[in-house]
Every structure is written in C-alpha cells, then in structure tokens.
Write a protein that binds this ligand. Structure first.
Ligand code: NIG
Ligand code: FE
Length: 418
C-alpha cells in the first residue's frame, strides 16, 4: 500500500459531484456537491475516500496515516483545470500594453508587425534552455494560483522547427514539474514575417509538413487555429482543421474573438471539442454549437486586458444548453495572467456567472473538454488527488475578494506542491 494522506477538519468541501454525468449544462452547472465537516483520504496519487469526517475516519487506523493536514475549517476545492493557455513563449510585450493604453488597438499593433509575430521573433532567437526557464516560471505561478492541469499551445514558433521545439518543450516539462499539460498544436496562430505575401505556401507547410509530423510523433492531442479577420479566414481554417482531423487530432478553435466571421459556425461544422473567446459569436453560431456539442471556452481576462468593454454572452450560451468553461488564456499579448481567482472574479462580474457556475466551469467542464474527466475536475473516489486548500472558509469569497490569491496549499497527485 502506498502513502496514506489524510486531510481533515475541512469546513466546506466542493466535491463538484452531482446527480448529472457528462459536461455540466443548465442547472447542473451550479452543483458544487458541498460536504461540510469533511475529510479526504488519499492513497498514493488517488482519492481513496471522501465524505463527512466521521465516516472517513470510521475504521481507519491512525497508525496507517503517513501524512496529515488539518484544514482548520477552511474550504477545499479540486485543483483548477485551465483549458486554454499559451505558456511557451520567450520575452514579454509590455511595450504593446503601453501602446494600447495610448489608444492603439490589438489588431492594429498586430498588422504593424507586433503581436504574435513580435513573440515569434523572440522565440526563434532564444535557446531551448532559456525558453524552458521562462516557461517553468509561468508554470510555477499557475500552480501557486491552484491550477493543476492545463491545456498548453505551441504557436510562437510559426515554422516547422520552432513549432516542433515548442511541443517538445511541453513534452519535456510534463515530467519535470507538477502541472499536467495537454499539448495543442497552434502553428496556425499567425502568418509569420516571411510568408506575409505567400500565405498559401504557409498553409501548405502546415497541412503537408507540420500536421503529419506532429500527429505521427504524438506531439499534440489537439489542433487549434486563430480564425479571425486578417489572420486565418473561414476557408483557410476549414482546410487546416479538416487536415488535422484526418490525422487524428482533435480540434479547438480561437473563434469569433473580435469579428463575427462565422468561427462558431465552423467549430460546429468540424465538430470541434471547443470554440474559444466567442465574444462576437452570432446567435446562429451559438445554436449550431449546442447542436454539435461544442464547448465554449470563455476568456474574460482577454476582454479585460485588451479593455474592449466587450465580453462573451455567457448567459445566452448557458440558456442555449452549452457546457461552458473559463480559462486564463495566459499569454504575453492579450491576457498576461496566471491568476485563476482573478478569472473567477471577472467571470462573475462580466460574464455574469454565479460563483457556483464559475467553479464548475473551471474544474469539471474543462476536464471534459480535455478528455481528462476520468482523472481530474472533481473530488471523488478513484480520481487523481489534485486539490486546493484555501485560506477562506467560503468559496464565495474567491470572486468577491478580487485580485488576491487566497490559495493556501496545493496538492498535486497526492503530494504537497505549494
Ligand atoms: O488567445 N488571439 C490569439 N491568440 C492569443 C493572443 C496571442 C498573443 O497576442 O500573443 C489569444 O488572445
Ligand atoms: Fe488564446
């Protein structure tokens, strides 16, 4: 028998268990499965027992316990599952943040040669060791904010070699620090400097060279694209995404972030697992996504940091029966944050989610969106023990007490990591 780790004296335990199975929609999005006066018994990496402390302790030999935490009546939740991040970058773009403060728009900066291409130049000129060092620092901050699993995209290489390098970094870092990373290939993040006037050629390289290599070497599970006016249009996106599907990659999409060009509709057509951003998504797009079972990943940190004043219509999406997720979109351009709690505050204030919906949209639903629902996203017997012991007795304090990190301890795979 492995190590037996007891967490007791939990005042409020959010198990996220509910009467419903599958990604949570409608009223099930609010079910936190709260147990008061709770305890959790962990055996090795997995949760062995969860319930009222009295029941968990019944018949348990205290001498068999190898580690114990007294949660001091505080709240305990699953570790967050962040389903949209760009953590493999080099250097930062505070100058562009200042340009936006002075009135320039995100897409104007991109058209003028900044944005993703600025990051791609820095990425290509950095060594693998330098990039890994910076990425490790990002991952450490994510972990301190209670994020224990992420979806991680490439997308700052924009060439065969450097996109592969980004995905190799994800693979290597997966074993070298606690956070689990689910890799996504995002070679179609932007057209690089050298292909601005030969866009079809870059698309050919993505389809004929990058995607087959990435799929063959299992470097990514998902393929993503920045489908947006001035970047990859609908026709180009359809071509790339159907090629990715042919090679066995599942689809996520940056869709309708700024202009309503039919990204949500295309996500439904190609049966994407998720469509992300969706600030400008049409009613028809939302309806088709519901029909096709596409999950929205909403990124309020991006609307906040770009200061557009426009947020995704989360309430309409919930009313349409969509299983929404929320995420940091952690990246050096449009949303430079590792703070899950800040995202929960923004989701409540600007997406109009309730605190209950925000927690489910940041735990179990994203685990489903990554096909990791059997491992992560809730506190149930048999799942991996990824937990946050908070410095608050009540989950409602998380959105309310904004801009502050109330994460006390983080347990990843049954081990204390924060
Ligand atoms: O999700 N919109 C495209 N991609 C990222 C931003 C990338 C960047 O600006 O570096 C996003 O917002
Ligand atoms: Fe993104």
């Amino acid at each position: 028998m492995g190590a037996r780790f007891l967490i007791r004296n939990i005042g409020q335990l959010l198990t996220i268990r509910s009467s419903d199975t599958g990604p949570r929609i409608g009223k099930y999005l609010s079910e936190l499965g709260i147990i008061e006066d709770a305890a959790i018994l962990i055996n090795g990496e997995k949760i062995a027992k969860v319930g009222k402390e009295k029941e968990v302790l019944k018949g348990l030999k205290r001498s068999s316990i190898t580690d114990e935490i007294d949660a001091k009546r505080m709240m305990v939740s699953p570790g967050f599952v962040d389903p949209h991040t760009h953590p493999i970058f080099y250097g930062t773009r505070e100058e562009e943040f200042c340009m936006r403060l002075a009135g320039m728009k995100y897409m104007e900066i991109a058209q003028a040669g900044g944005g993703i291409r600025n990051s791609a130049r820095r990425f290509r000129n950095a060594s693998k060791t330098e990039i890994k060092r910076q990425t490790k620092a990002v991952l450490k901050r994510l972990l301190r904010h209670g994020i224990t699993t992420i979806e991680a995209k490439s997308g700052y290489g924009l060439s065969f070699e450097s996109e592969v390098r980004a995905l190799e970094i994800i693979r290597e870092l997966n074993g070298q620090q606690p956070i689990d990373m689910v890799p996504t290939f995002l070679g179609a993040h932007e057209f690089p400097d050298e292909y601005r006037d030969k866009r079809d050629e870059y698309i050919r390289i993505i389809i004929e060279e990058m995607i087959p290599y990435v799929a063959k070497h299992n470097l990514a599970e998902f393929c993503d694209i920045f489908c947006e006016e001035g970047v990859f249009d609908i026709e180009q996106s359809r071509k790339i995404l159907t090629a990715a599907k042919r090679h066995g990659l599942k689809i996520r999409m940056h869709a309708d972030e700024i202009h309503p060009i039919g990204g949500a509709e295309l996500a439904a057509e190609v049966e994407a697992r998720t469509a992300d951003h969706l600030v400008a998504a049409s009613d028809e797009g939302i309806r088709l996504m519901a029909k096709a079972g596409v999950m929205p990943v909403l990124l309020p940190g991006t609307s906040f940091s770009l200061n557009t004043g426009k947020y995704a219509r989360a309430r309409d999406m919930i009313a349409a029966g969509l299983a929404i997720c929320i995420s940091t979109d952690c990246n050096p351009g449009s949303s430079y944050t590792e703070s899950a709690s800040m995202i929960i505050s923004l989701a409540c204030l600007h997406l109009k989610l309730t605190p209950e919906e925000a927690f489910v949209a940041y735990t179990l639903n994203p685990a489903y969106s990554l096909d990791r629902n059997h491992l992560y996203g809730s506190i149930e017997t048999g799942k991996i023990a990824d937990l946050i012991i908070w410095e608050t007795p009540n989950y409602k304090e998380v959105p309310y007490h904004f801009g502050v990190n109330l994460v006390g301890k983080v347990i990843k795979r049954g081990k204390r990591v924060v």
